[in-house]
Design a protein around this ligand. Structure first.
Ligand SMILES: [Zn+2]
Length: 176
C-alpha cells in the first residue's frame, strides 16, 4: 500500500490518500481554513464521494465503479493521520477491523455514549487530549486506529478508555 501524501500550499493542501476500494490513490484538495475550523470541534475529517473512473471490468468483485466514500483524517499541521473507504453512510460494524478478525484477533471499538461539547474542556471536566480522542471514538475506529489518528500510543489510549469508561462517557465493544 503506497503511503498517503500531502502537499501544503499557502491556503490549501493537496492530499493523495489510498482508497482500499479503488485500490488506487485518490487526490483531493482541502482548504486550510476548513481544517482549522473543523479542528475547533476536536478532529477534522474530509469526506469525499467518488467512483473509480477505470474499474476492472473483468473482475466481478471489483465494485469500485460504484459511488463510495473516502474519509481522510487531517491533523492541525495538515498531515493525514487516517484514511478509510466504504460504501454507504458509514462502514458497517462487520467492516471495522475485519482483517484483524480474519486473522483470529480481537477487535475493540470504543464508542462515545454521551454527546460532549467543547465546553467540557473549558469546565475542566476533560482535558483537550481526552476531548479529541472522544471525537475519534465515532464507532468507526478500533482502539489501534484511534491511537493512530490521535498520534498517541495504544497503551495510553487503553488507559484513557478505562478512565472515560468509568466516567460513563465511552463504551468499548469487543468483537472476535
Ligand atoms: Zn475509491
Amino acid at each position: 500500500m503506497p503511503e498517503n501524501k500531502v502537499k501544503k500550499y499557502f491556503s490549501l493542501i493537496e492530499v493523495w490518500a489510498w482508497c482500499d476500494i479503488c485500490e488506487d490513490m485518490v487526490s483531493l484538495r482541502v482548504d486550510k481554513n476548513e481544517i482549522t475550523d473543523g479542528l475547533k470541534m476536536g478532529i477534522y475529517t474530509k469526506e469525499y464521494m467518488h467512483s473509480n473512473p477505470s474499474p476492472d471490468l473483468e473482475d466481478t468483485d471489483d465494485q469500485s465503479g460504484q459511488e463510495h466514500s473516502i474519509f481522510v483524517y487531517i491533523d492541525d499541521v495538515f498531515n493525514v493521520t487516517g484514511v478509510k473507504s466504504f460504501f454507504g453512510e458509514s462502514p458497517t460494524t462487520e467492516e471495522i477491523g475485519a482483517k484483524v478478525i480474519q486473522e483470529g484477533g480481537e477487535v475493540r471499538i470504543p464508542v462515545v455514549v454521551k454527546d460532549i461539547s467543547p465546553m467540557a474542556v473549558q469546565l475542566g471536566m476533560l482535558n483537550k487530549e481526552q476531548f479529541i480522542v472522544l471525537k475519534i471514538c465515532d464507532g468507526m475506529n478500533t482502539i489501534e486506529q484511534v491511537a493512530e489518528i490521535a498520534q498517541i500510543s495504544v497503551e495510553k489510549i487503553e488507559k484513557m478508555m478505562e478512565q472515560l469508561r468509568k466516567k460513563g462517557l465511552v463504551q468499548v465493544i469487543k468483537r472476535t
